[in-house]
Ligand binder design. Structure first.
Ligand code: CA
Ligand code: CA
Length: 588
């Protein structure tokens, strides 16, 4: 009997040892602390984008040198927004047009490349970008512009499974980095400009089989293990008529996971269409026309896909202020567990971690027009004359009153992720100071066609800059320092315990700033605009930094007068890796 137990035990051990060759739930949970790899989007599921490494610091960052560069190749370039994943000597990056690459992290040599071979007729709203992969077990995952999630063998790049999550012909696509929690791959969707319905889906990461789905617009039914589960919200509580059926709320930037409260949080885009007069009347008093849960953060129980709480940043949203921006879990200086998020609408919000209750909101861009402020419940105090006018009230019924709104619809902050530093307690927010002329028009839903009911032109508001990287104290909303940039900022930010803040500019520079003063300590010209996300890691006792260069994203396509201003910028597609050589680490 004893022998048998031992045999069984050693079989279990052998099994878990074999499994440890791949990435485990524990590895993902500990990602920030393990400096030798980068396993998660956000460099940790809290999305703080902070490294505990101090090898590279304020004194020696001037000695940071290029180690290797990798070209994505291909005739088509466009925006490169990926965050590298690094595991077991391999770097995984995604590229424009739904491509993925595995690169030898020591030499920069390609190991394999996967091209999704997209069909004609995909409908990406805002460039053919991809923001990164997810890794778990022996597989690497990403989403493609034809609305599929793909699992590849991490060593060979061979397809293990490939699942369609929605119909690309109806405007669905995928650009975010997937999230892995407890053996599930959890994904959102893109397509808020086509009247799609925002949804979060959880699949078995091993097989790709669906576990649960949670639409984020009220009235739609969720599913659990293939059966209907519960309705999202209450049908027609905050939406008039059938408008909820094509209500938008795309969960296009993916989500974050807080292990302490076992909560997923996904942001939701603009309600559809943009013309808010078509979504104005609802039933219960006080929530009339709020259009839940669009332009919100929605907290979901990962076990069953049920909604735990929500926080809506812009009720009855009417300026394309998507509520997708990332929620960063952090602990404030007094030890309170919080979420922070910098919304498209120009306000920086702090929420309570446990229940999403509103704590504070402060403007992080200048001259906001659409709201006079945020009340004690976190609800905006609307400046109603700054809502685009109702076309039904115009002389010919075709064009409502044009208004000038700040921020522009591309937001005080768009998708590009901010970073937190537990060392300074501050957030480092890539923001843009711009406005827009915007008006409303009549519109009816047509499958696969843009569903806006709006016209617009983005305009600069200051002569010398649009981009603005700000160090923000989350306790007060005070801006501790600001770096102004001529072109709009569109790259992610990273902080390190060495006191550095990294980001890039559309003009091509990757820059390291002093986290306390904002002084520019180091920069390097990468040859094309940076709209990617920097990472750092340690290898053989040396600290490395990587960022992708390749101008594109929404600004050149949708930027109006701003797009014209920056149309001299060249496209590209090169992953740059820098290192601080050992012999220069001590040099000053
Ligand atoms: Ca790690
Ligand atoms: Ca939108």
């Amino acid at each position: 009997m004893k022998k048998l137990i031992i045999a069984a035990l050693s079989a279990t051990l052998a099994c878990s040892t074999a499994y440890a060759a791949g990435v485990t739930e524990k590895d993902l949970a500990n990602d920030t602390a393990t400096a030798g790899d980068v396993l998660t989007n956000g460099m940790g599921r809290h999305l703080q984008r902070h490294s505990p490494l101090t090898t590279l610091n304020k004194k020696n960052v001037k000695n940071l040198l290029p180690a290797w560069a990798f070209s994505l190749g291909g005739e088509k370039q466009r925006g490169q927004e990926t965050q590298p994943i690094i595991h077991d000597g391999i770097m995984y990056i995604t590229g424009s047009y739904s491509r993925m690459y595995a690169i030898d992290v020591k030499t920069g040599k390609e190991i394999w490349q996967y091209d999704a071979r997209l069909p004609e007729g995909i409908l990406p709203c805002c460039d053919v970008v991809n923001r990164g992969a997810a890794i778990y077990g022996d597989k690497i995952y990403f989403g493609t512009l034809d609305a599929r999630i793909v699992a590849l063998d991490a060593k060979t790049g061979d397809v293990v499974w490939r699942k369609k999550f929605a119909d690309y012909k109806a405007g669905y696509s995928y650009t975010a980095a997937p999230l892995i929690v407890d053996g599930m791959i959890i994904t959102g969707n893109s397509g808020g400009e086509f009247g799609i319905v925002g949804e979060v889906q959880a699949r078995d990461a091993e097989s790709g089989e669906l576990i649960w789905t949670r639409p984020v617009i009220e009235g739609h039914m969720g599913t659990y293990k293939g059966k209907e589960s519960t309705m999202t919200g209450t049908k027609n509580a905050t939406w008039p008529g059938d408008m909820w059926k094509t209500g938008g709320g795309a969960t296009w930037l993916g989500g974050s996971y807080d292990a302490e409260t076992k909560t997923l949080v996904f942001g939701t885009s603009n309600p559809a269409p943009w013309n808010s007069w078509l979504r104005a009347a609802g039933s219960p008093k006080g929530t009339e026309g709020d259009n839940l849960y669009a332009a919100s953060r929605v907290a979901i129980n990962p076990e069953n896909g049920e909604i735990k709480w929500h926080f809506q940043t812009t009720p009855r949203e009417g300026w394309d202020y998507d509520g997708v921006n990332e929620m960063v879990a952090y602990t404030d200086r007094s030890g309170n567990k919080r979420w922070a998020t910098a919304d498209r609408n120009g306000y920086f919000y702090v929420l309570n971690r446990e229940d999403g209750k509103f704590v504070s909101a402060t403007p992080f861009v200048k001259n906001i027009t659409w709201a006079k402020g945020i009340d004690e419940n976190g609800r905006p105090i609307f400046n109603e004359p700054n809502r685009p006018g109702d076309p039904a009230k115009s002389a010919d019924g075709k064009k409502g009153e044009v208004i000038f709104a700040i921020p522009s619809f591309l937001g005080g902050k768009n998708w590009m992720p901010m970073a937190h530093s537990p060392k300074t307690g501050n957030f480092y927010v890539p923001s843009n100071e711009w406005g827009m002329d915007i008006w409303n028009e009549p519109i009816t839903y047509k499958k696969g066609a843009a569903y806006l009911g709006s016209g617009f032109t983005i305009k600069p508001i200051f002569e010398d800059y649009i981009g603005s990287l700000k160090a923000i104290d989350p306790d007060t909303g005070d801006v501790k320092w600001e770096f102004k940039n001529n072109a709009p900022l569109w790259a992610g930010v990273m902080t390190t315990a060495g006191g550095l803040v990294f980001t890039g500019t559309p003009e091509g520079e990757v820059i390291a700033f002093d986290d306390e003063t904002g002084e520019k300590l180091w920069s390097f010209q990468t040859g094309s605009g940076i709209v990617g996300q920097p990472v750092t890691w340690e290898q053989d006792g040396e600290q490395y930094v990587s960022v992708i260069s390749g101008w594109g994203g929404a600004v050149p396509l949708w930027g109006g007068e701003v797009a014209k201003k920056v149309n001299y910028l060249n496209q590209g597609g090169t992953l740059w890796t820098f290192k601080l050589p050992k012999q220069l680490a001590a040099a000053e």
